[in-house]
Design a binder for this molecule. Structure first.
Ligand code: CAA
Length: 697
């Protein structure tokens, strides 16, 4: 073997086959050196008379996972990816891409520009650019439909999903799926190609397969609904239409122009911000990256209620056995049935096999005793939100658990320090705050207490990712971050009703902003009794105006419990379709009369600003207190927890885009209108405005 180059791409030779090996950890992104290296590798192939073909293979965990996202912020330095792709496409000898892990974005574009592609069993391919608010810019939209057909290509490009190597084989995207030693398989495959005459097979020479043009318009309508507010999925349909009508060279140029325009769009900036913030959130403030998380292979969950059931399902989904502890056999039987129902739903929808459902259910052990959990690695306590009850559970756990077992509480507002202090080993205690329904919601607020051990923090973070969640570490704070901020939006939504707005007006403004559901429709969905109970738990600590703003209690008293009773802020038909109900206008009028409010016309701007900036103001306090480590953590929490539109980057990113001086001016205005105690700008906002900075500097 001869070493020809020594960059992130090295070229070696084995017989008459050159091997270009990309080694650019962590994900072999197409950084400048990789782009240059690939061009050099093709040059080496062309200039070596003995070499008949070349294999591109990657070191580490994956094939090329796409363009280097970190380079997007700087002016791109030649050679650009388009040049790499053109060079691969123009090669006069066949090149074989050997895929393992994931071939994504520019990585798949590299593979598509090769003559042949083989993929290791279990690997995946995709064009996820749309998730970053852009689209493939180096021939992906032009080459993929030529191999997979327009319909399949559009589905992959407009939604950004990944498909398995097996699916890719079936769709014609890869030529062979192999198992075992990828490099050996690549040599064998390339040997056959050479034996067959080393024929080139340029994807760009293929015609676009025939397709039904109606598919494009049907997809456009479906995408507009599914990705409401997102620009790139719809541009993907335009691109695909263009690609089917335009010769390859012009199509590639148009695709590049479109990608470049999208790259500087506010949506792409926001989506890339969230991508980076989600990864940054995994780095725990003050915990050395060297701290190794512990393995979690057995867990117990105390409390078989709604949260406990959903949390149990999260673990069963990834094959971790769960002991579910409850007070009574009846309660446990109900819980087991409810968990089974979650899976039966998936089986009905075709997303789970019956065997897999049975395998998961077999991992569940319901019990009323703490005796059998001496060997678990982690216990999640999900009993009622009562400090005394939780402390009693902690005492029972301390008596039976191994010393290094972690105790995590799912409390949503109790004091984590008091709870941790009640354990004989506070270092093992943390919070794992799941959101309802726990098996569906992506957000996981992990909570650190002052004495939580670093290894515990690292373990629950890694575990969160393993569970398929987006974990964010937060600190002590009533309601932590998500619910503490939400409580301010809830307060303003209620105050706005007192001031004269209607539930439908507030919901319309917030859904037009991009939230998937308005606060009042959401309350109807959650159930007014649940909302009233949550309010009752906090009411003693509320301001006098909030205490008296008891619209929720009035709705409960009127039997309006939300969707489940057919009426709440709205009235519902048999299909749960909401309509305006004049009875709610009367109820609100009565409340305003009793409380001495005169309804006034409220502008949409006022609704939006009061709801959003009240949250941003609280978030600034949370940051100042250190309950969140970074503004990005708050953006990740809100985009994953409460549907803040990712294309706006989360509340903190959005506030920076509006401009903090404007945010502060609005806060000052509402401090005058609603009250200083509700809108006085947080000290951090005052400081940042004075320094001419935003949350992100
Ligand atoms: N560029 C630079 N760094 C990247 C990257 C990329 N495309 N993708 C991931 N990384 C980095 C992450 O930031 C992270 O870095 P830190 O460890 O420093 O935080 C590290 O790689 C590991 O990433 P993950 O934690 O996400 O690892 P994972 O194993 O869970 O997932 C992955 C791996 C599936 C590749 C995932 O990282 C991913 O989906 N990456 C994005 C892929 C993508 O969007 N590619 C398209 C880019 S745009 C393009 O290619 C077209 C174009 O030319 C315009």
């Amino acid at each position: 073997m001869t070493e020809l180059l020594a960059t992130t791409v090295s070229v070696t030779k084995q017989g008459n086959i050159l091997v270009a090996t990309v080694d650019n950890p962590p994900v072999n992104a197409l950084s400048h050196s990789v782009r240059s290296g690939l061009i050099e590798a093709v040059k080496a192939l062309e200039s070596d008379a003995e070499a008949r073909a070349m294999v591109i293979v990657c070191e580490g965990r994956t094939f090329i996972a796409g363009a280097d996202i970190h380079e997007f912020k700087k002016p791109m330095v030649a050679p650009l990816l388009g040049e790499v792709i053109d060079t691969l496409d123009a090669a006069t000898k066949p090149i074989v891409a050997a895929i393992h892990g994931t071939a994504l974005g520019g990585g798949l574009e590299v593979a598509l520009a090769c003559s042949y592609r083989i993929a290791l069993e279990g690997s995946k391919v995709g064009l996820p650019e749309v998730k970053l608010g852009i689209l493939p810019g180096s021939g992906g939209t032009v080459r993929l439909p030529r191999l997979a057909g327009v319909e399949q290509a559009l589905a992959m490009i407009s939604e950004g999903g990944q498909i398995s190597a097996r699916d890719a084989l079936e769709k014609g995207i890869v030529d062979e799926v192999v198992s075992g030693d990828l490099k050996a398989a690549a040599f064998a495959f390339t040997g056959k190609v050479i034996a067959d005459g080393a024929r080139l097979r340029r994807t760009s020479d293929l015609p676009v397969p025939a397709f039904d043009a109606a598919v494009l318009e049907t997809s456009r309508a479906a995408l507009a609904k599914k990705y409401k507010g997102f620009k790139a999925p719809l541009v993907a349909v335009d691109l695909m239409t263009m690609v089917t009508e335009t010769p390859v060279v012009e199509a590639i140029a148009l695709e590049y122009k479109t990608c470049k325009e999208l790259l500087v769009s506010p949506q792409s900036k926001a989506l890339r911000h969230i991508f980076a913030a989600e990864r940054e959130a995994l780095k725990i403030d003050g915990v050395d990256a060297e701290v190794k998380p512990r393995d979690v292979s057995k867990v117990a969950i105390v409390g078989p209620g709604t949260m406990g059931r959903g949390i149990a399902a999260c673990f069963l989904n990834i094959g971790i056995p769960v002991t579910l502890i409850g007070l009574t056999d009846e309660g446990l039987a109900t819980a087991v049935k409810a968990i089974g129902k979650i899976y039966e739903g998936s089986v009905k929808r075709g997303s789970l096999s019956t065997e897999e459902m049975e395998r998961r259910m077999a991992l569940l052990t319901p019990t009323t005793s703490y005796d059998g959990i001496g060997d678990v690695d982690l216990v999640i306590e999900a009993v009622t939100e009562d400090m005394a009850v939780k402390k009693d559970v902690f005492a029972k756990l301390d008596a039976v658990l191994r010393n290094d077992a972690i105790i995590a509480t799912n409390t949503s507002f109790l004091d984590i320090e008091e709870l941790a202090g009640s354990s004989r080993n506070p270092a093992r205690v943390a919070g794992m705050h799941f959101f309802n329904p726990a098996n569906v919601m992506k957000l996981l607020e992990n909570v650190r207490a002052a004495r939580t051990a670093a290894v515990v923090l690292a373990t629950i973070t890694t575990l969160g990712k393993r569970l398929g969640k987006v974990p964010v570490m937060v600190g002590r704070s009533e309601g932590f971050v998500a619910n503490r901020m939400l409580s301010k939006r809830t307060r303003e939504a209620q105050f706005l009703l007192e001031d004269g707005a209607t539930p439908q007006q507030v919901d319309r403004v917030l859904t037009a902003f991009g939230f998937p559901i308005g606060p009042f429709a959401l309350a109807d969905l959650a159930g007014m009794d649940i909302m009233a109970a949550a309010r009752a738990a906090r009411v003693a600590r509320m301001s006098p105006r909030e205490q008296q703003c008891n619209i929720v209690d009035r709705l409960v008293a009127a039997g309006r419990l939300g969707q489940k009773s057919g009426a709440g802020y709205y009235v519902y038909d048999e299909n749960r379709k909401a309509s305006h109900d004049p009875a709610v206008d009367e109820l609100l009028d009565a409340h305003r009369r009793e409380r001495g409010f005169t309804a006034r016309a409220i502008s949409d701007d006022e609704i939006l600003e009061r709801c959003l900036f009240a949250m941003v103001n609280e978030a600034a306090r949370i940051l100042d207190e250190g309950a969140a480590a970074r503004p990005g953590d708050i953006d990740v929490i809100w985009t994953n927890g409460f549907g803040f539109p990712t294309y706006l980057g989360g509340p903190m990113f959005y506030a920076d885009q509006v401009g903090l001086p404007k945010v502060k001016a609005a806060l000052d205005k509402y401090a005058g209108l609603v009250g200083d105690q509700y809108f006085k700008p947080a000290a951090l906002i005052e400081r940042l405005v004075a320094e001419g900075r935003g949350f992100y500097g």
